[in-house]
Design a protein. Structure first.
Length: 186
């Protein structure tokens, strides 16, 4: 597919998905190819605290220093997003997604992680799509594809993220940022 969604892009749930699991989700796409796609939800804090499951990582993650709920797949597993402090370096256990953003293996000793990354965020689970599924959902208009900014990925305010990203797009997408679940109020 020539216009396939790309790693590093954001997927914002459309208002058509307001009443399901994905309502107002902001997903960072981590991988998308002929084998399928996966990403993590950026604006959903997990019910389990980070100190309960990975206490040694809690001081290293950026505010709000919480475990995020990355999606409904493999919720007992964890994914760590990491932004390099020095883009010329590639620390052990890190794999590039785009630019200075990548995935950090959580088996990496925390001593090697300290001082190597500008930002870290950990997600329990992920969002996953079968081959061609995400592309079909995009064509059906279920997702808005938007370039990601660092503050979207590592910002301290996750509440209202969906609306802020839509608002900055201008035009009809900005107008959608005022959408409410109550059809009479729209």
């Amino acid at each position: 597919m020539p216009n396939r969604p790309r790693p590093g892009e954001l997927l914002l749930a459309t208002t058509a998905m307001a009443d399901d699991y994905w309502g107002q989700s902001v997903i960072l796409l981590l991988d998308c190819d002929e084998t399928g796609a996966l990403g993590v939800i950026l604006n959903r804090i997990a019910e389990t605290s980070l100190t309960e499951v990975l206490p040694q990582w809690q001081p290293l993650v950026c505010p709000p220093q919480e475990l995020f709920s990355g999606g409904p797949v493999s919720t007992t597993g964890a994914i760590c997003l990491a932004k390099l402090l020095d883009p010329a370096e590639e620390p052990p256990g890190w794999r590039r997604i785009r630019g200075d953003l990548g995935l950090l293996h959580l088996d990496t000793p925390v001593e090697l992680v300290e001082g190597a990354f500008a930002d870290l965020r950990i997600f329990a689970g992920y969002a996953g799509w079968e081959p061609g599924q995400l592309e079909t959902e995009v064509v059906r208009g279920e997702w808005h594809r938007i370039p990601a900014r660092d503050e979207d990925i590592f910002g301290t305010r996750t509440e209202g993220l969906w609306r802020r990203i839509l608002r900055r797009q201008g035009g009809q997408l900005a107008w959608l940022s005022t959408w409410t679940n109550d059809p009479d109020a729209n």
